[in-house]
Design a binder for this molecule. Structure first.
Ligand code: ZNH
Length: 145
């Protein structure tokens, strides 16, 4: 279901992603912009201000973990559902994360990428990336009943 252009766009953006720095910024934005998401991270220590969130080492480590997991989807575009199946189970059955949060994270990632890539984040690249995130969010939401 991917065109050659979409595949190329997703790969070229991913080649410029720094999973640690961009993961940190993405997760920090989720926690700052949508503060109710903080409730899932009660073990992460101080999340009391934007500055605290942005310098929190657990936020950084977890952002990296999340983007590294997305890398699996990037590298298996034709099999995203299967690639993210175990994580879907974990978020549904164990972590009880409301699947709407996956979209919030996707939106923040798009903002991080757009800011980082500037003019290179063309509408076509943006479209391919939105599609990739929609498919990934759907895969992560698969195991919720
Ligand atoms: Zn999540 C965890 C991925 C989103 C919440 N995650 C996790 C992990 C991973 C992930 C890989 C690890 C696992 C293990 O350890 O085994 N996520 C992910 C992805 C995404 C996500 C890929 C998208 C895209 N999450 C999310 C959100 C939220 C979450 C949005 C909320 C808001 N997670 C979570 C939690 C956890 C996780 C809470 C656990 C943490 C700890 O404990 O450390």
């Amino acid at each position: 279901q991917w065109t050659a252009e979409e595949k190329a766009a997703i790969a070229s953006v991913w080649a410029q992603v720094d999973v640690e720095a961009d993961g940190q910024e993405t997760l920090a934005r989720v926690l700052i912009v949508f503060p109710w998401t903080q409730r899932y991270f009660s073990t992460f220590g101080d999340l009391s201000s934007a500055a605290a969130i942005s310098s929190n080492p657990k936020v950084r480590a977890h952002g990296q973990k999340v983007l590294s997991a997305l890398a699996g989807a990037v590298h298996h575009l034709d099999n995203i559902k299967h690639t993210l199946a175990k994580l879907s189970e974990l978020h549904a059955d164990t972590l009880h994360v409301d699947p709407q949060n996956f979209q919030l994270l996707g939106n923040c990632l798009v903002i991080v990428l757009a800011r980082k890539l500037g003019a290179a984040f063309t509408p076509e690249v943006h479209a391919a990336w939105e599609k990739f995130l929609a498919v990934s969010c759907a895969a992560l939401s698969k195991h919720y009943h």
